[in-house]
Structure formats: structure tokens, C-alpha cells
Ligand binder design. Structure first.
Ligand SMILES: Nc1ncnc2c1ncn2[C@@H]1O[C@H](COP(=O)(O)OP(=O)(O)OP(=O)(O)O)[C@@H](O)[C@H]1O
Length: 507
């Protein structure tokens, strides 16, 4: 407060012309500790001075003062952003208006900021607070920033996805989803699908080059896990996400397409997991009524059952990327990823093939950091370099697998085990030793061949025929899949995880 007051007094006393700042795009360097880039100003407004204020304190000796208020992004703890404001006073009406005018002109030049948005709210996501979160936390900020929105409260699953194929999206500057990862996935599928349809690209063709989406997606977290939001903003906080949308941040993201037998199945932006993570999801879906605790129970049960799966992984290493999955530095920050070069078509395709028994096969397009695993499944995974980190966990003892899992929660290298391999890849394919039957009805096949043994001995480490793929939290029914990473197919209203500001900067 003292620092802001100093800044305010300085500004009031000095004859700094608004034009001095016009070129610098920096609101203030008046003190060495308080500086707000224009890009982080939310809005500027003329301030009505009430009588009480006017006649109190040091202003009472002045002729009628004039004032304007600047609303700006203030960084709080743990990557949270808040809307803060400071009011500047002066005795000259003309000078005050000049400041307001100049700041407004600077803000007008920021063309990356959205003006009109399409918003989907899932009223049933997470703790069913989506509508309340949007109305109480987001609408006031959008109003302040003069952003208008058409709001659709979804009435059923796939409502948002289907509507994106019908709606006139040309008139919007972005699409916002209020919900969890499932809701984001719906909007993503709608937007990518619509873009491909409009451009005449067949999504069922695994070799087709997909067309990038023009509209950015904003995520207002209101789900159970909010993994994508956490990994791209650093926190799942609705106000922080709304502020990233308002100032028009952009973060490019890779998207993987998943096909089975030349049929498009799904897109994935975070985790594709077979074996351990597929089994957890399959089991937890049966326990939805339990709420979030189902993930812990299914995780524990899946760990005890210790199933491994036999199959062949073929992959195309990503030679174009800088760095490796075992880099020490986390590299999922947006700025760095955005610089990455797109693929050169002259690259020679040299596939590698690995056969074996696996406890888990994971492909991470991003770190997959979450509150429980702050560094994530693959700490150095890049968000937008056209590659995915393919992690193969081979059959090992339960104790070793536990050691591997524990390393996700501490600073030790989780890839430093003889039974763990990690590759940065552009494409990969998986074929189970037990090929999917014609109808994809794996359950029956599994029951016929192995069900008896495994249900009788749930703690054994036998090879079940097939697991399922966990595709960003949704089950895929085919085990044989073909995956291709599409570089920077999507843009989010986010900027990646910023370095934590110092304590001093926060105070
Ligand atoms: N009105 C609705 N009724 C029922 N289901 C809906 C509705 N709107 C959306 N859905 C579906 O609900 C699913 C889950 O929603 P969402 O992701 O928002 O919450 P969540 O599952 O609690 O959070 P998370 O995905 O982060 O764990 C989505 O896959 C979406 O398709």
C-alpha cells in the first residue's frame, strides 16, 4: 500500500506527459518495484469522486480533484492472478483525460484480446458449481473488460461438441468451457472436428494433415481434476483463468490423433495410458457414485493386481525436437515451446519396434503435472513441439513398481530404472499380442481366455489379454491404436507456467 501511495503521489506531483509512455508499452517505471505492463492492464476508467473522499485527508486543500482508476493483473501466490486497481488523482481535468485517453488507445492496440466469446457451462461437472463459478467469479471480470458472451448451459453430454458443428463460430473470438477435463475435451473435439469439416479434411484418415483451429479455447476450471488447466496455467483457479482470457494470452498445444483400423477414435492432449492408467480408469468408472475417492481405491486395487500386458510398440522418434524427456529442466513453459520449429518434411522416417510385457505404456503430450504429482508423469515434456513422451514400464516386481510410482512425487528421476524406457516420439502404434476381436468386444474374449484364472488370483502378476487405453480420462474400446502428434493444432487462452515471483514482488 505504501508503495502504491508513493507511486500515486509521484504521479500526481510530476508533470509526466501521457505521451512519454505511449511508446514504451509499459505503464510505469516510476518506482523500481511497481511496474505494470500495458498488456496486463485490464481496463482504465474515469473515477467518480464522492464528497466524503474529496473532503477528507490531504485532498481537502485542493481544488476539485480529478481521478482515474487502472485495473490490472496482480500476481498472488502459487501462480494465482488477481484483479487489482490503483486510482490516480490530479487537479487538472485535461491531464486526467489525457491519461485516460492514452491508456485506452494503448489497450485498443492489443488486438489479441477477445471481445465476444462463446461460453459452454457444464452444470454437472465437479461439485456442480459451474454456473455459480461463472456468474460470480467470471462475469464481473468480463463486464469490467467489456467482453460480451453468448452462454450455453449444456443439457446433456456431447451438447457442446455437437453444437460447435452447427453454430456460426465466425462471430466469436474464442470458445470458453466452464467444467473439467471432460468438458474441455468435448469443446476441443467440436472445434477441431468443425475446422476439419470446413476445410474438407477427413479425420478418419490417419495420414491427413489436420488444419489448425483459428479460435482459442479458454478453460474456466470447475471439474474434478482440471488437469489441463493446471498444466497450462499452473493452478486451477477460475479468476486466474478468466484474467488470462481477458488479456488475450495464447498458448499453442500439440494434439494427438488416435486411430484404429483407419477409423478416428479420439484426440488427446495430455495422457494416453495403457495398462496401469487404463485399468484404473476402467475400474473407477464402475465406482462413479463414490466421488473422487474412487480414484484412490481403484489405484490401490490396480496396483495390487499388478497386471502386465504383452504387445508390440512401434514408434517414430522425434528427431526434430530440442532436448530429451530426461532433461532436468521442466520445459513445459509456453514461451519456450512456442519457439519450436515445425517439422521438416525431409526427415527420414525410421521406425523402432519394441516387444515385451508392459505394466504401463504412457504417452504424455504435456508434463501431466497435478497437485499430487507436481512435476508430472514426464516433467520435461514440451507442450507444443510436435512430440509426445512415450514411457514404457516393463514387467517388474511390485516393490520396484511402487518405487517408480513414488518417484513421481519427489525430486528423484522416475526414468532412472532398468525397467523404464522413455522416448520422445512423433508417432507410435501399439498392437496387443491378443489382437482385438472383430467387434472390439474384448471383455468376452478376456473372460473366455483368462477371466477364471485372474479373478481367482487377483493378486497375481499374470498377463491379461488386453487393457484399455485411458485417453485424457476417457476409455477407448480398442487396444490396437495408431497415434500421431499434430504440432500446435490448438491454441489456449493461457501462457504456460510462469516462474514463481519472488516474495518481494508479491508483497
Ligand atoms: N449437462 C450435462 N449433463 C450430463 N453430462 C454432461 C453435461 N454437460 C457435459 N457433460 C459431460 O460431463 C462429463 C464430465 O464433465 P467435466 O469434465 O466438466 O467434469 P468432471 O468429470 O467432474 O471433471 P474432470 O473431467 O476434470 O475430472 C464430460 O465428459 C461432458 O461430456
Amino acid at each position: 500500500i505504501a508503495r502504491l501511495a508513493r507511486l500515486r503521489d509521484f504521479l500526481w506531483c510530476s508533470d509526466i506527459s501521457p505521451f512519454n509512455i505511449a511508446f514504451s508499452y509499459c505503464f510505469s517505471v516510476l518506482t523500481d518495484t511497481c511496474s505494470v505492463p500495458v498488456s496486463e492492464i485490464i481496463t482504465v476508467e474515469e473515477t467518480e469522486i464522492d464528497e466524503k473522499h474529496y473532503h477528507s485527508g490531504k485532498w481537502q486543500k485542493m481544488a476539485k480533484p480529478y481521478a482515474f482508476t487502472v485495473y490490472y493483473v496482480k500476481r498472488a501466490r502459487r501462480h494465482r492472478w488477481r484483479c487489482s486497481h490503483v486510482t490516480f488523482w490530479c487537479t487538472e481535468e485535461g491531464l486526467c483525460n489525457q491519461w485516460i485517453q492514452t491508456l485506452k488507445e494503448l489497450l485498443e492496440k492489443l488486438t489479441c484480446r477477445p471481445k465476444h466469446l462463446l461460453v459452454y457451462i457444464n452444470p454437472f461437472g465437479g461439485k456442480r458449481q459451474g454456473k455459480r463459478i461463472y456468474e460470480q467469479k467470471v462475469v464481473p471480470l468480463f463486464n469490467l473488460a467489456s467482453i460480451t458472451a453468448d452462454v450455453i448451459v449444456t443439457e446433456h453430454a456431447n451438447h457442446a461438441k455437437d453444437s460447435l458443428f452447427e453454430i456460426n463460430i465466425e462471430k466469436y473470438d474464442g470458445v470458453v468451457c466452464v467444467g473439467g477435463d471432460g468438458m474441455f475435451s468435448e469443446v476441443l473435439h467440436g472445434l477441431i472436428g468443425r475446422t476439419q469439416r470446413d476445410c474438407g479434411v477427413d479425420q478418419n484418415n490417419p495420414k491427413a494433415s489436420l488444419v489448425q483451429c483459428n479460435l482459442r479455447i479458454g478453460i474456466i476450471p470447475a471439474g474434478s481434476t482440471d488437469c489441463v488447466c493446471y498444466a497450462t496455467v499452473g493452478v486451477n483457479d477460475p479468476v486466474t483463468s478468466a484474467l488470462h482470457i481477458i488479456i488475450g494470452d495464447s498458448l499453442a498445444m500439440d494434439v494427438s490423433s488416435v486411430h484404429h483400423n483407419n477409423t478416428f477414435l479420439k484426440y488427446s492432449v495430455s495422457l494416453l495410458g495403457y495398462g496401469f492408467y487404463g485399468d484404473i480408469l476402467r475400474d473407477s468408472e464402475k465406482k462413479r457414485w463414490m466421488g473422487l475417492i474412487r480414484y484412490d481405491l481403484s489405484g490401490f486395487k490396480t496396483f495390487l493386481s499388478h497386471h502386465c500386458y504383452e504387445g508390440t510398440v512401434a514408434f517414430l522418434p522425434a528427431q526434430h525436437t530440442v532436448g530429451s524427456p530426461r532433461d532436468k529442466k521442466s520445459s513445459f513453459h509456453g514461451a519456450e515451446c512456442r519457439q519450436k520449429k515445425r517439422l521438416g518434411s525431409e526427415e527420414v522416417e525410421e521406425w523402432k519396434v519394441i516387444q515385451g510385457k508392459f505394466l504401463a505404456i504412457n504417452a504424455a503430450n504435456m508434463s501431466c503435472a497435478c497437485p499430487r504429482s507436481p512435476k508430472g508423469l514426464s516433467p520435461a515434456a514440451h507442450l507444443a513441439d510436435g512430440s509426445s513422451d512415450l514411457i514404457l514400464v516393463r514387467k517388474c516386481s511390485r516393490l520396484n513398481f511402487l518405487r517408480y510410482l513414488i518417484r513421481h512425487t519427489n525430486q528423484d528421476d522416475q526414468f532412472d530404472f532398468a525397467f523404464v524406457e522413455v522416448y520422445r516420439v512423433r508417432k507410435f502404434q501399439f498392437t496387443s499380442k491378443h489382437v482385438d476381436d472383430e467387434d472390439g468386444d474384448l471383455k468376452d474374449l478376456g473372460k473366455k481366455r483368462f477371466g477364471q484364472i485372474c479373478s481367482d488370483h487377483p493378486a497375481c502378476c499374470c498377463s491379461l489379454p488386453n487393457s484399455t487405453w485411458n485417453c485424457d480420462g476417457e476409455i477407448l474400446n480398442n487396444s490396437a491404436i495408431e497415434v500421431r502428434v499434430h504440432c500446435q493444432l490448438l491454441q489456449l487462452f493461457a501462457r504456460g507456467i510462469e516462474e514463481t515471483p519472488t516474495q518481494e514482488a508479491l508483497s
